[in-house]
Design a protein around this ligand. Sequence first.
Ligand SMILES: NC(=O)c1ccc[n+]([C@@H]2O[C@H](COP(=O)([O-])OP(=O)(O)OC[C@H]3O[C@@H](n4cnc5c(N)ncnc54)[C@H](OP(=O)(O)O)[C@@H]3O)[C@@H](O)[C@H]2O)c1
Length: 413
Amino acid sequence: MTHQNNKQIIGLFGFGVVGEGLFHVLQHSHTTNAEVRKICILDPKKERSIPKTHFTVNADDILNDPEINLVVELISDSEEAFHIVSRALQKGKSVVSGNKKMLARHLPELIELQKETGSALLYDASACGSIPVIRNLEEYYDNDLLLSITGILNGSSNFVLSKVFNENKSYPESVKEAQRLGFAEADPTLDMGGWDSLYKVVILALHGFGTIVNPDEVFISGISNLQAGDIRFAKEKGYRLKLVAQATKINGKSFNLMVMPKMVNEDEYIYNVENEYNGVIIEGSFYEKQFMFGKGAGGHPTGSSVLSDITARMHGYRYEYKKRKYFSIPEHTNDVVVKVYLRFKNLLDFSHFEFETIDEKLSSRNYNYVIGTIKLSNLIHIRKLIQTLDVFLAFFDIPEKRSGAGSPKSEAL
Ligand SMILES: NC(=O)c1ccc[n+]([C@@H]2O[C@H](COP(=O)([O-])OP(=O)(O)OC[C@H]3O[C@@H](n4cnc5c(N)ncnc54)[C@H](OP(=O)(O)O)[C@@H]3O)[C@@H](O)[C@H]2O)c1
C-alpha cells in the first residue's frame, strides 16, 4: 500500500499548547502523509497564529466529514474529550489523544468501543510527553518479567522541586515561576497534588501489566504542603525530594500503584532528573533497570509524540492490549507496607495515621516528624482526609515489607 492510500486527513480538536505545537511539528515533517483539514476550538474570538479559515467551533464539522479519517483530540476538558473521542470511534475514525485524565477515567469503555467499532485509539502523548513509554511497554516488555515502572511523570512539579532544592526558592515562589514560564497551569492542583501523575501511572499499568486500575483506589499524595523543614530534612540526609509514581509487582499475582514524594538517593537514576524533564525506570527480572529520560511536557515535545501516533496510524498500528490477551493479569492491591517520613503540626493530625513501626521521631514547637512503616491500605482509607491536614508525606527507597503472603522478592526501587 502506498503512502497516498494511507493519507491521514486530520480533524484536530484544540489549538492550545499541544494542538498548536503539533501543527508546527507537522509543518516540519516531510515524511508524514497527513493534512489538517479542520480545527475545532472553543473561543472563535481568540487571536490565532494561522488564518481563521482553519477553525470551527462546531464539532460536527469534523465528526460528520466523511473525508476526515483521523481525529486528533487535544482539548483541556476531559469529559467533553470523552464525548468527542467516543463519537469519532463510533463513526469509524481513528483517534489520537493526549488526555490522560479522560483516558484513565474511561479505559474500560474506550477498550470496549475499539473492539466494537474496529476503530483504533492511540495515546502515546498522554504519559511522559515525548518519551515513547506506552508503546514500549505495550510491545517490548513481557508481563511476567516486568517488575516495576517507576518515574517522575510530571514536569511541572519536578520543575518546582528543582527550584526549591537547587535555587533555595520557596514553594509558592517556585509555583508562580512555573506558571509564568508555562510549565504549570493557573490551577496547579492537578500537577502538584499528584493527580496528573496518577492518571499517567494508571495508563502505564494497563500497558505494562494488563490491569485496569480505578484511579480512586490508588494512594496519591502531592507536594502542595511542602515546607522549609521538609527540604532541610532531605538536604541534611543527602536526599532530593521528587514526586514519584510507581507500579510495583509484589509477586506473580499482584502489584501496587502509588504516587507520593520520595526521598531519592543520589545513586538512583531519577536523582538528576531536573526541571520540566521526566524520567522512567523500567525494571525486569533479568535485565535489571532501564532508564528513559526526556521532555515530559510542552507543545513541541508533546506534539512530536502525537505525530508519532499519527504516523503509526498511517502504518495501521493499534494497541492490542496484549498483556490482557496473552498473560494472566495481576491484581491491583494496596496490601503493602511502605516506609514514610510524616511531618505534622499537631498530634490530632498525627493520630489519623496507624503506624506499624516507628523508627525515628522528632518533636519541636513548629516541626514534628515521624519515620516509620505504615500500611498503604491505611493511607488509602484516609486519602481524602490527608488532603485537609497540615502534613507532608514522603517515602523511602528502603525495601518494603509486603504484608501479603508469599512475597518471594522485594521489587522496591
Ligand atoms: N501541555 C502539555 O505539555 C501537555 C502534555 C501532554 C498532554 N497534554 C494534554 O493535552 C491536552 C491539551 O493540553 P494543552 O496544554 O494544549 O491545553 P490548552 O493549552 O489549555 O488548550 C486547550 C485547547 O482546547 C480547546 N478546547 C477546550 N474545550 C474545548 C471544546 N469543548 N471543544 C473544542 N475545543 C476545546 C481550547 O480552545 P480555545 O483555544 O478556543 O480556548 C484550546 O485550544 C490535555 O488533555 C492535556 O492534558 C498536555
